[in-house]
Design a protein around this ligand. Sequence first.
Ligand code: KG4
Ligand code: ZN
Length: 347
Amino acid sequence: MSAVQRILGFESSCDETGVALVEVTDDAPPRLLAQALHSQISMHQAYGGVVPELASRDHVRRVLPLTREVLSQAGLALHDIDLIAYTQGPGLAGALLVGAGVAVSLAASLDVPALPIHHLEGHLLSPFLSADPPQFPFVALLVSGGHTQLMRVDDVGRYEILGETIDDAAGEAFDKSAKLLGLPYPGGPHLARMAEFGNPQAYELPRPLLHSGKPDFSFAGLKTAVLTQVKKIGEAACDQTRADLAASTQAAIVDVLVKKSLLALKETGLKRLVVAGGVGANARLREQLSATCAKRGVRVHYPELSLCTDNGAMIAMAAALRVQRGMAKPRRDGGFEVRPRWDLSAA
Ligand code: KG4
Ligand code: ZN
């Protein structure tokens, strides 16, 4: 590769438009130059969840102004960009098409290549944006709104799935339980805030597959148990009762995530754990994982809080790490496709 490359990254797989600029050289760790993000949360809140058509239209509105903002933050111009990376999938088809379409057209107009990136690879490699990045190999716990997976990561592009959820994702369990508790979308952070005031032992909720002996997950039963409790406590439940239920729900999800992470570490014999994805922002998860892992001599890496949820920096960083390793296969022909469903092990 040439001495310095500047990579512009676009993220548009769901309800966040993210744009970032990363600089990469042959040997030094890639460097984040600037990033900008627009969250659509307030727009979707009225509907209690993401409305795909509205999401796509909003990405159209945001992506170029955010690109201008990023370039201005970095003090650079369009002609300083050497490569444009974009999220190819998985995610909402229409939302992905906006990011991919803009990335590929802008790349063609600048006569630079465009590189598709797997959204989950972005999450997985987001701790490389921190001052103290992990070393390979490591176990990754990927916990987002749509995915819950444990993976063995030997290097960029070498991902082996050790276990995953057979139904709902951990983020979905947070969001659906929060909805039942009358909290706004996306429920995870709201439920976590409410749980701070509750007793995590107040309700005995199921921890499905906890003793399966495999690093797999199931969260659908938990949502049903929360529904049963919500019906029992009724609409007139006081704030303390609701906080107790929120704390008990969070404890059930976190217990499973911690136990299964330990199992994956034991199975692989690895001593490094990387936590990524939106649920990775959860304070109780961080506390419990860090405490349990410290006792076992396992080092845990988290992305910065602001980089746990979707953002453009993780896409530009994943592209930079691929470019640095000579693994990137960018296109210059103006063609593209999106992959709403896409297994990371096939990336
Ligand atoms: O990774 P992400 O931004 O989007 C996907 O790729 O899915 O993750 C979003 C998920 C949502 O389910 C959200 O409720 C959850 O992450 N989340 C949290 C917290 N912050 C975000 N869940 C629990 N506690 C949090 N603090
Ligand atoms: Zn995500």
